[in-house]
Design a protein around this ligand. Structure first.
Ligand code: ATP
Length: 541
């Protein structure tokens, strides 16, 4: 389906359905508020007309007072309901987005620019507030309010009512439509530039050591400045288009008001009074507020639509592996790769071709092969981060696709090459959400040769990571291994877990693994022959 600008906004509109009472309240209060604001002026002009003619104008003056007093609370109510809807829906969209990211992880997130994802979760979602709080009800309010005003002017003359309607349409629809056309592409380009810039900044922060080492700091700074200048220029161009729209809108309002005065004076022969002329002219002059609010939207709407499209693209993206929620829950007896061929979704060459491997229970299988030959890929297939393109991966003679995903995660302890640390305490990092006692955490840390190091920290297991307390690569790796020991799956999938360890720590961990292997099965990928010495069988690719 062709992606037009309107599609994403229509899809966002559907989410408002459960909140329609709040939306109706916002529309009602907003229309009443604008009418109250206009009728302060209109009633005052009508009252002045009456007083000039020597007639009583008490009821009109009371109306001026009521409208003046009501304007504030009505305006407040409109904004209250609009923001209630907007923030509820933004929260809902954030949750949906996190669900989508969880569904897509890890395979689909591996290739994504993390800075762009961050910009999506923060900036793009935030921008949708404009749509929910400042677009939907203002459109309805402007339509209702305009009808009321046309009807009111129609009481004096239907010709004048048509004149007014024509200018409401010009200001509220024609000028914004032209502007939307002009700003659509620049708006999208700005959102893309912002997210690319976020990605660049995040990459630069993450790679600061290498960037310094290779003397690339100045060059990156220049690139950053260049990207920043381009963004500023694009924003200035968009602002200039917005200025054009403002000028056109102001001109249209002046023509409408002056024309209303002239036309109504010309109609004096047809029974239009001077007081009537002044009233319709005051009505025209004071009634553009809601349509002007609409016209101001067209510039931001282009950016909002682009943001909506990016959010919806993530929500629509299909995961590489679909979660199995009701499959089998076998107890572990063996694992097998049978004639497996596998190509990464965005790769063009198979990483594994017709590859078979039998992993019997209670054994340690070592995998030793050159870099890039597919060792980690074997573990990822066994963890079902990806499905084999051909052949079958099975656990306990059950096709891995037929196994309930949560049961598979329970059955396996996967330790990736890089250990991710949360900004939490050491204990929370070892547990990573698993229910365990302090004693169990300590036992896991001991097996991973991490306990003695933790005891040297003043706050021990309660030391918060990230804030001042950094871990060395080897300590991080041992923490990752402690997690796996605590998780206590039947099948350990260990990817280069000793790459950053000294011989002493390596020895302690391997000893612990050897002891575990009496009732566990271990697949260990390593370049180090010293690590693979504990293996019962070594596979070379
Ligand atoms: N997400 C991915 N998308 C596309 N190609 C990938 C992806 N991950 C890995 N590859 C490619 O697959 C091949 C095998 O990668 P893998 O990580 O399994 O190798 P490895 O043997 O574990 O290497 P190393 O010892 O260097 O860790 C490499 O050529 C790599 O470029």
């Amino acid at each position: 389906m062709k992606k037009t600008k309107i599609n994403p906004l229509l899809r966002l509109l559907k989410l408002v359905k459960p909140l329609w009472p709040a939306m109706l309240a916002a529309i009602f209060l907003g229309t009443a508020g604008h009418l109250a604001a206009s009728f302060v002026t209109i009633s005052a002009v009508m009252a002045a007309g009456k007083l000039f003619a020597g007639q009583a104008a008490t009821s009109l003056l009371i109306l001026v007072l009521i409208c003046g007093l009501a304007r504030g609370p009505l305006h407040y109510g409109e904004h209250y309901f609009n923001h209630l809807i907007a923030f509820k829906l933004l929260a809902l969209l954030r949750v949906k987005l996190f669900h989508a990211l969880r569904r897509l992880s890890p395979a689909k997130l591996e290739g994504k620019n993390k800075g762009e994802l961050l910009a999506l979760i923060t900036g793009d979602i935030e921008l949708l507030e404009i749509f929910y709080a400042h677009t939907i009800s203002p459109v309805a309010i402007a339509s209702l309010y305009t009808l009321c005003m046309v009807y009111f002017i129609g009481h004096y003359s239907w010709l004048l009512a048509f004149w007014a309607l024509a200018f409401y349409l010009i200001v509220g629809l024609v000028i914004p439509a032209v502007n939307a056309r002009l700003t659509s592409l620049p708006g999208q380009a700005i959102r893309e530039k912002i997210s690319r810039l976020s990605g660049f900044v995040l990459d630069s922060i993450k790679g600061s050591e290498e960037i310094r080492q290779f003397g690339q700091g100045q060059k990156r700074l220049e690139n950053l400045q260049k990207a920043d200048q381009e963004l500023t220029k694009a924003q200035q161009r968009l602002a200039a288009l917005g200025n054009w729209q403002q000028a056109a809108t102001t001109l249209a309002i002046q023509i409408a008001s002056a024309g209303m005065l002239v036309l109504s004076l010309l109609l004096r022969k047809h029974g239009m009074t001077l007081a009537g002329s002044l009233t319709v002219t005051a009505t025209m002059m004071s009634s553009f507020g809601p349509v002007v609010a609409l016209s101001a939207l067209s510039t931001s709407l282009a950016q909002t639509a682009a943001s909506a499209q990016r959010v919806l693209d993530i929500l629509d993206e299909e995961p590489v592996v679909s979660e199995n929620e009701s499959g089998e829950e076998p107890t572990f007896s063996q694992a097998d790769l049978q004639k497996v061929t596998f190509t990464y979704p965005d790769g063009d060459q198979p990483v594994l071709k017709d590859f078979s491997l039998h992993i019997p229970k209670g054994k340690i299988i070592g995998i030793h092969a050159p870099s890039g030959s597919g060792k980690s890929t074997i573990l990822k297939l066994l963890a079902r981060f990806y499905d084999a393109s051909e052949g079958q991966v099975s656990i306990s003679n059950t096709d891995i696709k037929k196994i309930k995903t949560s049961a598979l995660r329970q059955l396996e302890s996967y330790v990736p090459q890089d250990t991710w640390l949360a900004s939490e305490t050491i204990e929370a990092n070892i547990k990573l959400g698993q229910a365990a006692t302090r004693a169990e955490v300590i036992q896991a840390a001991k097996k991973a040769s991490l306990h003695d190091f933790i005891l040297t920290l003043t706050e021990g297991y309660d030391t918060k990571l990230g804030e001042g307390q950094q871990l060395s690569a080897g300590q991080k790796q041992r923490l990752g291994i402690a997690r796996a020991f605590l998780h206590d799956g039947d099948l350990f999938l260990l990817d280069e877990i000793t790459a950053n360890l000294d011989a002493l720590n390596e020895g302690i961990i391997l000893k612990a693994l050897k002891e575990e292997s009496q009732d566990k099965t271990i697949v260990i990928v390593s370049h180090r022959l010293s690590t693979l010495a504990i293996a019962d069988q070594i596979i070379t690719l």
